[in-house]
Write a protein that binds this ligand. Structure first.
Ligand code: PXP
Length: 246
């Protein structure tokens, strides 16, 4: 079976994290996004958090103006964020859960608990021509609920797979992800994945046929310190293509 190429979304939040550590104007995540685009990123992903700890509204607005590839805005499902998204019009919004005290997005959305609000937001964004994805755990019930609220895509949280320390546990988590990808594709949901992915753990994930897109930030920005940003992106692109076909 001929597998389609996996789209690589590069998350530039951590470039902004470094900038905000000094509260000055560099390093600039917008400049990073332009480098990423030129290095082969298929999409730029940013998470505008409620506490604005890294990406700022201005960054998202500038990205909207300068990018040639799609802009994926990760945001909490709040009225304030929807208002902002409708103003900026990213190509896709990925709805994520958010807790102020967390270091990073720790879990997926609980769709059944927030069905009404999530389906209202999906409709609202859809009316403005913005595609919606939900960031969820690889859980069959969540996938069913995602289909019901009308999103076109899901992003599967790969954190638990990425954090495994033994081969047995890794394979167990991988199988859960495989099953989730199959279930999503069966109901015609596009399948994205992200969180904690790096040059090592992408190897097995890239072989899942239903997987269409990955969003990767921390490992690319971290590796860029040693090999440069362009090279770090090119390496990930090469790894995705290589493992896809092995
Ligand atoms: N996808 C989503 C929905 C996320 O919340 C994050 C983390 O901000 C990522 C992808 C990227 O994760 P990482 O920085 O671990 O590569």
């Amino acid at each position: 079976m001929m597998l389609t190429r996996i789209r690589l979304g590069v998350n530039v939040d951590h470039v902004a994290t470094l900038r905000e550590a000094r509260k000055i104007s560099e390093p600039d995540p917008v400049q990073a996004a332009i480098f990423a685009e030129q290095a082969g990123a298929d999409q730029i992903t940013v998470h505008l958090r409620e506490d604005r700890r890294h990406i700022q509204e201005r960054d998202v607005m500038l990205l909207r103006e300068v990018l040639h590839v799609p802009l994926n805005l990760e945001m909490a499902p709040t009225q304030e964020m929807v208002h902002f998204a409708l103003k900026v019009k990213p190509d896709i919004v990925t709805l994520v859960p958010e807790r102020r005290e967390e270091v990073t997005t720790e879990g997926g959305l609980d769709i059944s608990r927030n069905k009404d609000i999530l389906s209202r937001i999906t409709n609202h964004l859809g009316d403005a021509g913005i595609q919606t994805a939900v960031f969820i755990a690889p859980d069959l019930q969540q996938i069913k609920e995602a289909k019901r609220i009308g999103v076109s895509a899901i992003e599967l949280h790969t954190g638990e797979y990425a954090n495994t320390r033994t081969h047995a546990e890794r394979d167990r988590r991988l199988n859960i992800l495989k099953e989730a990808c199959r279930a999503a594709a069966r109901v015609s949901l596009q399948v994205h994945a992200g969180h904690g992915l790096n040059l090592h753990n992408i190897a097995l994930l890239a072989q899942i046929p239903e997987l269409e897109e990955v969003n990767i930030g921390h490992s690319i920005v971290g590796r860029a310190i040693f090999v440069g940003f362009t090279k770090a992106i090119q390496e990930m692109r090469t790894a995705l293509d290589l493992y896809r076909h092995t």
